[in-house]
Each structure stands twice: as C-alpha cells, then as structure tokens.
Design a protein around this ligand. Sequence first.
Ligand code: NAI
Length: 326
Amino acid sequence: STPPVNVTVTGAGGQIGYALLFRIASGQLLGRETPVRLRLLEIPPGLRAAEGTALELEDGAYPLLHGIDVTDDARAAFDGVNIALLVGARPRGPGMERSDLLEANGAIFGPQGEAINAGAADDVRVLVVGNPANTNALIASAHAPDISAERFTAMTRLDHNRAVAQLARHLHVPVRAIDGVVIWGNHSASQYPDITHATVDGRPVTDLVDERWLTDEFIPRVAKRGAEIIDVRGSSSAASAASAAIDHIHDWVNGTGERWTSAAIVSDGSYGVPEGLVSSFPVRSVDGAWRIVPGLAIDAFSRERIDASVAELVAERDAVRALGLL
Ligand code: NAI
C-alpha cells in the first residue's frame, strides 16, 4: 500500500485552514488512493482552534487520514514534510506600514524556511498562501539553501480561477471551455490578469470581448475581488482560497497536460522578470515540476502591466533585503 504523504498546514486554526483541512483529509489534494498524515502548525493563541479542528477531522473518520499532530514547534511540524501549505501569516494591523508588515512576516517565514531546510523530505513542495505571499515565499526559500528554489511557490491560483470564472460568465460558456488565461506578477492589486492568449474552445477570447470591458470591468474586478468578497460576505475569502490551494498542489503533483494555469514561481529571467523573484507566470506542470509557458508575444499594454507588478515585487524584495531578511 502507498505510504502516507506528510502534509503540513500552518495557520491551521484560521479560516482558510478550516476550509482546507477536510478536503485534504478526504483525498481531494492528492487523490483517493493516497493516505495523508497531517501536521497542523499554529502559534499559541491559535492552538486551541487548531486542536478543535483536529477533533473534527477525527470525527470525519476519513479512511485516508493516517494521523494528525497539532504543534507550535516549526521543527516538529516540518520534519519529513512532503507538502507544506504555509497559510498562517501576520495580517496588516492598524497603522502598520508596508515595511512593518514585511518585517513581521519575515520573522515568520525566515524561521519556517529554516525548519523546512532542516527537516523536509527530498521531494518537498511548498505553497505560500499567507500574504504578502510572493515575498514570503522568497524569504522562506532564502532560508532554505539546501532546497531548490523551484520548490517554493506562492499562490495566484485564486486570482487565476477568478479570472477564468469571470470570463466564462461574461461569455456564457462553461469554465472548462476556457484556456490560456494568465495572472502575471504579484498576488496584490497590481497583478495583471491577461486574456490576450486566452481561447474559448480554441477561439481567441480577444475576438469575443471588447476592450472597454477588459480594462474597465474585467481587470479591476479580478484584482479587487478579494475586497468585494469582504464587503459582501463580511469576512475574507476562505473556501475559495482553500480550493485554489488544492488546485495548485493537485496540478503540481499530477500535471496539467497541455492546459495552462498560473502560479507564482521563481523566475528564470523569462519575460523580463528578474531572475530569482517569485512572480506569477503562465505555467504547465510536467513531470512533477512547474514549467513557464515559453515564447508568448507580449503586447505593449501587457508589457506595461507586467512591468508595474514586477516593479512592486522588486520593491518588496529590496525592502526585505534592507531589513536583513534575505
Ligand atoms: P486567519 O486569520 O483566519 O488565520 C490565520 C491563522 O494563522 C491564525 O489562526 C493565526 O494564529 C495563524 N498564524 C499566524 N502566525 C503564524 C505562524 N507564525 N505559524 C503558524 N500559524 C500562524 O486568516 P485566513 O483567512 O485563514 O488567511 C490566512 C492568510 O492567507 C492571510 O495572510 C491572507 O491574507 C492570505 N490569503 C491569501 C490568498 C491568496 O490568494 N494568496 C487568498 C486569501 C487569503
């Protein structure tokens, strides 16, 4: 029988954790043949909530769930880890400057990177969900010198899924008919949802939508969807974020075939994105690794938007470097 895969979820007592863990336990992350062992990492104020979630996981009597540990010790949480979902992060508090936010999160993702470096399995895959996700992934990776930077990724799949869904709705087609949507850059309001390469059943989307809808409705809607959810739901996206995290890891492990998706991965210099930045690209997953879709023509409008988001990533990187976090 297949040995269990060690999956560690940080911030397990939070709202994304609550939406994520039951899906992992039921087999939606890795398939219904693969048993999992869950490790839930929290900080002391979140431990009780994580323990409560662990009790409910037990009550699910999931045949694939081979054990649950709850801890506030990062070394224990990441020992032998195959899949690390880094969800817990420090939210922006009142009066907090951007540099304060980066520093507070550096204090989380630096030590977690070290713990992953010390104990992770050779095939470890890391997905950072906690914001600022791209730069948190960069920090964690920098603290894990023995692990390939390709193994540290950040989540833009929620943005990607939002873009696909908005397009499908506008064009009255099933989501499955759409391919070739790209989220470029940072998981922030500066992100660029690009449909210039998108197709609907093989037809270019650019033949089907007008430019005003694209610039005035689609792009801001996708980029500001998080705020819309908070406004309507009364709290931030949780189940959709958990769902996107499942999609990201599922595709990374199982492959995408020819279809594209979006993921923030370490740049190899493609598309003018400075090497080493963790930036969102059009990707396929092949043989268990993300590959940037090569050779796309980038028009002037796209170039400007990509450059603006990448400039924000460079500024975040420079700020954390100045703080000694890289
Ligand atoms: P939440 O506040 O409900 O839960 C976060 C949990 O993380 C809390 O229980 C907290 O105790 C824990 N935590 C804080 N520091 C920790 C540490 N050092 N180690 C382990 N656990 C720690 O927040 P929620 O809604 O679950 O969101 C989590 C993060 O995901 C936030 O940073 C949010 O901005 C981000 N997010 C990212 C998205 C993306 O698309 N990349 C989408 C939605 C949310």
